[in-house]
Write a protein that binds this ligand. Structure first.
Ligand SMILES: Nc1ncnc2c1ncn2[C@@H]1O[C@H](COP(=O)(O)OP(=O)(O)OP(=O)(O)O)[C@@H](O)[C@H]1O
Length: 736
């Protein structure tokens, strides 16, 4: 009802009253008045009539009404009529729902096509904090993949990428984990990023742009008090931005979440997500500065700790996702230094030398000499797996790492062996002792599922390939070869051979490390991997999932199902028209309401006698049913076939329905119907001084349609020949 009213743009407050006709004196005390808050009058009328009938019959059954009329209303044909009426109402409702749904789809689909929603995602990694700005919009794609288009903003960043940095992104260093209780440092890390984001997004959209800060491995491994300080203060900075930000949008994400977001980003980028027919997804190996995220799809029953069930569109995915802490590029180098330190000085912390302890590193070029703060040098460092500070300094709880002096002593064989040690979990952790990398993936704890299927290697892998100018077709042997060449150069030459960028000295180590990590650490072969682009970052996954939520909410549905329905106007418009026709037909059945165009062909009985198309009726609201009283009807009625039938039914059911409250409303009634009968007699309506108007009390009332600000009364079309005949038959039965 509410939907009907809303669609029509009318909210009707119908005050209905039924009074037993004066022609039924025994019922004269029976009066029922009620108020319906919503619903167009035709539906209200119809429901009311049904109620009245039921009530009347009930009263008769109880003997509270003794009128002879009690014997007349219930006949098999009336029951049939009731059923028909119900069917009509249901049909009408269904058509209406279909119609409204289609309109809704049409409007919202195209509304969403154009409108974008912005997202700002701050990635607080161990190496630095980066800002990503995305604009998401609904866009249906030819290949049926997920119909969300995400655009990433990189304005003004092109210049930076030419400077040798691997990513076109706005970033600040160091990572947040090095800024514990350093408010000015925290502001310096975040505010430039916010300012940049503000410039990318149109001002009018700032308030609706969602801002997230997700911290990863660096903050993840801080003591709780430190990470809380960081996040609380980061929140106090972010809430001052013009963007929409909530406290729980400033948080540390788990390694599994990070892995999952990366997988989403990768498969979205590859246009696989939500595709129909289903396409095989790629696994993701996302190598950061601190940790490595592994995500892949598998049908096997796997470890419940690492299992994720995801439904995207109509496709279910069973994922395995985990994060290998300490396997990021920077930390791996730290482990190599820690191993050398242990070999040289044992596992006790050597404070004595105060940074003067020299460590010869086989993965550093000759001529290289620099300070390094080792986080894996003391046994404490190793046990706590404490993070490196910007790849160079500091341990947990404010405790500094061990300062050492790194000296380049290049030796490719030793460097490769050292890289393997950094990969083998049993070499630097007591979690899984004695792992043989030839036998099992030695970067994995016992209970972690082995990577399976095809993978895209992203982030740190991309950085390494890019550093050595390798294409995505390059093999791991190519990486090793390039690494070896680079290691053999003198440091001053090597440094100048590449554009300025962070961690140049570590790439000699990184080449054998990434090869060993994939081959020995994870048992992944060259054939299984493709190097992904630098634009695939887990932050894209965050934006995509948020956009999916936002658009699904707009559609009022969960998930992407509706978004996936490609709405082709060529199909939709005919469906809409068809539903409209169905709707009109249903309306005509229910309430004799149908445009003249349809009506003529259906109702040959009605023929013009004298056309008075100007006759209209102002409908007052509230309105009321009132008994039909020929005495009160003042103005004499023009008798017609149809009218006689109406009156007959009215008399049969002992009451008539009359709009009440029309007295003051200056009612104009049609003198003759727009739709004349075959007998060239017009419909007639009472236009008494009381403004009463009769309806077919035993069946549908008239249907009212808004017309030029007024309402036109039309006679009930369902008083077709068939209907009339059945009414006559009923009357005849009663007489018998
Ligand atoms: N702009 C850049 N140019 C060159 N190298 C970069 C750049 N940004 C990051 N790197 C290198 O890539 C490595 C991985 O960086 P990434 O941003 O993926 O890690 P992170 O987010 O700091 O790591 P984690 O999430 O594990 O803390 C870094 O250690 C660094 O060596």
């Amino acid at each position: 009802m509410a939907a009907v009213a809303a669609v029509g743009g009318h909210i009707w407050k119908a005050h209905l009253a039924m009074v037993i006709s004066q022609s039924c004196p025994t019922h004269s005390n029976f009066r029922h008045t009620t108020t319906l808050d919503y619903g167009p009058p035709e539906v209200v009328l119809h429901s009311w009539i049904n109620w009245v009938r039921a009530h009347h019959l009930l009263q008769c059954g109880r003997g509270t009404i003794t009128s002879a009329l009690c014997t007349t209303p219930i006949t098999p044909s009336m029951t049939r009529k009731k059923i028909l009426n119900m069917v009509f109402v249901i049909t009408l409702s269904l058509c209406l729902i279909l119609f409204v749904f289609l309109i809704y789809m049409l409007i919202f689909s195209y509304w969403n096509q154009g409108s974008g929603k912005y997202y700002v995602v701050l990635d607080s990694g161990s190496t630095g904090t980066r800002v990503y700005v995305y604009e998401a919009s609904v866009e249906h794609k030819e290949d049926n993949s997920l119909p969300i288009f995400i655009k990433s903003f990189r304005d003004g960043l092109q210049k930076k990428s030419n400077s040798g940095r691997a990513y076109d992104r706005m970033e600040t260093e160091p990572g947040l984990d090095k800024l514990v209780r350093n408010m000015s440092g925290l502001e310096a890390a975040l505010k430039p990023l916010l300012r940049w984001a503000e410039k990318q997004i149109p001002e009018h959209a700032h308030k609706t742009t969602s801002l997230f800060l997700y911290a990863t491995a660096g903050v993840r491994r801080l003591p709780i008090a430190d990470s809380k300080w960081l996040l609380d203060n980061a929140w106090s900075i972010l809430k001052g931005s013009p963007f929409l930000c909530q406290k729980d949008w400033v948080k540390t994400i788990t390694g599994t979440e990070e892995a999952y977001f990366g997988w989403i980003a990768l498969n979205y980028h590859s246009e696989i997500l939500g595709a129909r027919p289903r396409k095989a997804t790629y696994g993701a190996l996302d190598l950061g500065g601190s940790s490595l995220q592994v995500t892949f799809e598998s049908d096997q029953q796997l470890n419940s700790e690492t299992s994720l069930y995801v439904r995207i569109g109509s496709v279910n995915h069973h994922l395995t996702a985990y994060s290998l802490s300490g396997y990021g590029l920077n930390e791996a180098f730290g482990k190599s230094v820690g191993h050398l330190y242990k070999k040289e000085f044992g596992s006790t912390k050597a404070n004595l030398a105060n940074g003067k302890l020299e460590i010869k590193h086989p993965c550093l070029q000759s001529g290289y000499k620099d300070q390094y703060t080792c986080s894996y040098c003391s046994s404490n460092d190793l046990e706590s797996e404490s993070p490196l500070i910007n790849g160079k300094k500091k341990g947990n709880k404010g405790e500094s790492g061990t300062p050492v002096m790194l000296i380049g002593a290049p030796n490719w064989q030793e460097c490769s062996a050292l890289a393997k040690i950094a990969v083998n979990l049993s070499e630097w952790s007591n979690i899984s002792p004695g792992l043989d990398c030839e036998v099992q993936p030695c970067a994995l704890r016992d209970n972690l599922p082995r990577p399976y299927g095809r993978f895209y290697v992203i982030s740190g892998f991309f950085v390494v390939y890019r550093f050595f100018n390798l294409t995505s077709e390059a093999t791991l042997d190519d990486v090793l070869e390039k690494g070896r060449d680079f290691c053999e150069k003198r440091w001053d030459v090597a440094k100048k051979s590449v554009a300025p960028q962070p961690f140049i000295e570590q790439y000699c180590f990184r080449a054998p490390y990434v090869a060993s990590l994939l081959r020995e650490g994870l048992h992944i072969t060259d054939r299984q991997i493709t190097v992904g682009s630098g634009s695939i970052t887990w932050t894209l996954g965050v934006a995509l999932l948020e956009a999916g939520k936002a658009f699904s909410t707009r559609f009022g549905l969960r998930g992407f199902e509706l978004l996936q329905m490609k709405i082709n106007p060529i199909i939709l418009i005919p469906i809409l028209l068809l539903s409209l026709v169905l709707l009109l037909c249903a309306c005509s059945c229910v309430g004799n309401w149908m445009p003249r165009f349809f009506r003529r062909s259906y109702l040959p009985l009605f023929r013009h006698n004298s056309v008075s198309s100007a006759s209209v009726l102002n409908i007052p609201s509230p309105f009321r049913f009132k008994r039909w009283s020929p005495i009160n009807s003042g103005k004499s009625l023009t008798a017609t076939n149809s009218w006689r039938t109406i009156r007959f039914l009215v008399n049969n059911s002992c009451f008539a329905l009359v709009y009440e409250g029309m007295e003051d409303s200056g009612i104009q009634l049609m003198e003759s119907s727009l739709y004349p009968s075959a007998n060239s007699v017009s419909h007639s309506y009472s236009s008494s001084n009381l403004g009463q108007m009769q309806f077919d009390g035993s069946n549908m009332g008239a249907f009212w349609t808004p017309h030029r600000g007024q309402m036109r009364l039309q006679s009930r079309r369902s008083q077709s020949r068939e209907d009339l005949n059945s009414s006559m038959a009923e009357a005849h039965m009663v007489k018998v």
